[in-house]
Design a protein around this ligand. Sequence first.
Ligand code: PEP
Length: 249
Amino acid sequence: TPDVRPLVAGNWKMNGTRSSLDEIKAMAAGVDLLNCNISTLICPPVSLLYVATALATDSALEIGAQDCHARASGAHTGDISAEMIADCFGTHVIVGHSERRTDHKETDADVRAKTEAAWRAGLVAIVCIGETEAERKGGKTLDVLRTQLVGSLPDGATAENTVIAYEPVWAIGTGLTPSTADVEEAHAFMRAELKSRFAGEGAKMRILYGGSVKPNNAVELLGVANVDGALVGGASLKSADFLAICKAY
Ligand code: PEP
């Protein structure tokens, strides 16, 4: 049976050195003491991936990566394939994060290819979408979400192989969050889109909220209808903050 429990996932971005592995150890120990039925994941930089999976091996904490190339191997200097992530015992990969879309000009077509690569390697793809501040101010939020969902998700997405992360670009790393009403509207819209394309799988597929999730707003944000977990950046770097967010459940 697919694991469709709520997911609290941490994205360390380009942060973390070997000294940060103590945080992974503390998180691995901490998630096993949670008395709530959720899945937990940390995506450290790939430099720490293999050691992190070894540290988390006896824990429920899963370890993933932040990006992958669409190809399995080849002449792509500096890139990492989904197969390499799986080889290091990673279980998930984030694709299409807004920082990748901006810094590396990734398109929906690129994200779709990376999602297929993740599946090919047996990884769960965490597909990120979200509107910019200008798009929100222009009243285009739902149009943008529809376009990104259509373009970034391949046919064959299931509740098991895919997680959606809704991250308003203007809320990432800013301390700003949408109102709960706005989160509810966006998530209800995405749920309807996913159901119409993927039927029962779309009904079960997890839709995470991301963007300035902190211990002090997690209960409110994670309590919104159709919010099936969180993708957490800054507050996932320290085990105390990450575990406090998990305890919102
Ligand atoms: C992110 O980068 O996925 C994110 C949500 O960052 P933060 O929590 O720091 O806003």
